[in-house]
Design a protein around this ligand. Structure first.
Ligand code: C5P
Length: 220
């Protein structure tokens, strides 16, 4: 049967996760946070004592293939252990960006991601949802915001959790991560040819959700 998918791709801290999960909730669809899979892979690799480099590409890919991951609301479990917090640090994001540049790791995660496409539908967020994982998706959104805005939002988020951070350092980190994600050979971060661009720099989350729902309605 034809199972609908909405893809929301874009750079670090653009608000993809919030937007995608709210759209999923509004439509009663499943939600895939594909970045979490790369974050967990990196976390599991480090724990296994593996370096996150090409020399260990196949070992890390093997590990990715066998991951026992369970999502439950906003929580993520690896082999039954709650890793939700551990995979959300800036370090975990950088580590995820490193493993995600290894082609064998990306290949190892393809089937797992496609398996989230179940009725009544899926909203998936990441970097390559529209270009690689669900190329036939009827709606692809490429979400952006200025680097300054993204750094500011990330800063607010961390401060509210009591985690010390400075805007300049965060901005440098997210620009470094975007540069790596955009320049890698396999599945680089770029809009799909048929993606609709949404710049949320001066939009509230409600406005962005409403925009995506309107686009979705137009496709029904
Ligand atoms: O979106 P999030 O910040 O959780 O993603 C962490 C990292 O995982 C990204 O910087 C990117 O390198 C990688 N990623 C990816 N493809 C995806 C989702 C995330 O390469 N579909």
């Amino acid at each position: 049967p034809h199972i609908p998918v909405i893809c929301i791709d874009g750079p670090t801290a653009s608000g993809k996760g919030t937007l995608a999960s709210q759209v999923a909730q509004r439509l009663g669809y499943h939600y895939l946070d594909s970045g979490a899979l790369y974050r967990i892979t990196a976390f599991a690799a480090r724990r296994a004592g593996l370096e996150l480099d090409v020399a260990h590409e196949h070992a890390v890919a093997k590990l990715a293939q066998a991951l026992a991951i369970r999502f439950d609301g906003t929580q993520v479990f690896l082999d039954g252990e709650d890793v939700s917090e551990a995979i959300r640090t800036e370090q975990a994001g950088m580590d995820a960006s490193r493993v995600s540049a290894l082609p064998a790791v990306r290949t190892a995660l393809v089937a797992l991601q496609q398996g989230f496409r179940r009725l009544p539908g899926l909203v998936a967020d990441g970097r390559d949802m529209g270009t690689v994982i669900f190329p036939d998706a009827p709606l692809k959104v490429y979400l952006t915001a200025s680097a300054a805005q993204r750094a500011e939002r990330r800063h607010k988020q961390l401060i509210s959790k009591g985690i010390p951070a400075t805007i300049d350092v965060l901005r440098a980190d997210l620009e470094a991560r975007d540069a790596r994600d955009s320049s890698r050979a396999v599945a680089p971060l770029k809009p799909a040819e048929d993606a609709l661009l949404l710049d949320n720099s001066s939009q509230t989350i409600e406005q962005s959700v409403a925009q995506v729902l309107r686009w979705w309605d137009e496709r029904q």
